[in-house]
Design a protein around this ligand. Structure first.
Ligand code: CMP
Length: 140
């Protein structure tokens, strides 16, 4: 498998509890390199666009309100098989189902307040990176 880039968000529940460094340490321990990172607070419109694929879901409103409730840290992670590796390190969406040692098992509070987001495939990784980062911010 080639070197890939994937997109990651450290969500409001985690930034609020000062867990940014602890979460980045998990990525780095798994062999993922942070090649771009910034702390931002999304507007409601930005969150609704980012999560547009979920707009028909019953939790869409709650999800978007949560994602703008505090700052988030958006990152680009790079490494061998980075998309799958990031999803492995994050653990299952629902922390009750997440494996031992994963970020969501250790830190997530609920299926909604689940500490991290990660791209689910090559196309979404490219789209999500481009949504938050310009070419000039991606130094490699
Ligand atoms: P994420 O990887 O950011 O992608 C969509 C998010 O929707 C997901 O993580 C969860 O945080 C959230 N989500 C999924 N299912 C539910 C649910 N049943 N209730 C609330 N939020 C959910």
């Amino acid at each position: 498998m080639a070197i890939q880039r994937t997109f990651s968000i450290i969500k409001p529940d985690a930034t609020k509890r000062n867990l940014t460094g602890a979460i980045v340490a998990k990525f780095e321990a798994a062999g993922l390199r942070v090649v771009a990172s910034k702390r931002i607070q999304m507007t409601l419109a930005q969150a609704q666009t980012f999560y547009g694929v979920h707009k028909e879901r019953p939790f869409f409103g709650e999800l978007c309100e949560f994602m703008i409730s505090e700052p988030i840290v958006v990152q680009v992670l790079e490494g061998e098989d980075a998309i799958a590796k990031n999803r492995e390190v994050m653990g299952a969406t629902n922390p009750a189902e997440a494996a031992e040692g994963t970020i969501r098992k250790e830190f997530a509070l609920s299926i909604g307040e689940n500490s991290v987001h990660g791209s689910d495939g090559e196309d979404t990784a490219a789209e999500e990176i481009a949504y938050f980062f310009s070419g000039l911010e991606l130094v490699g």
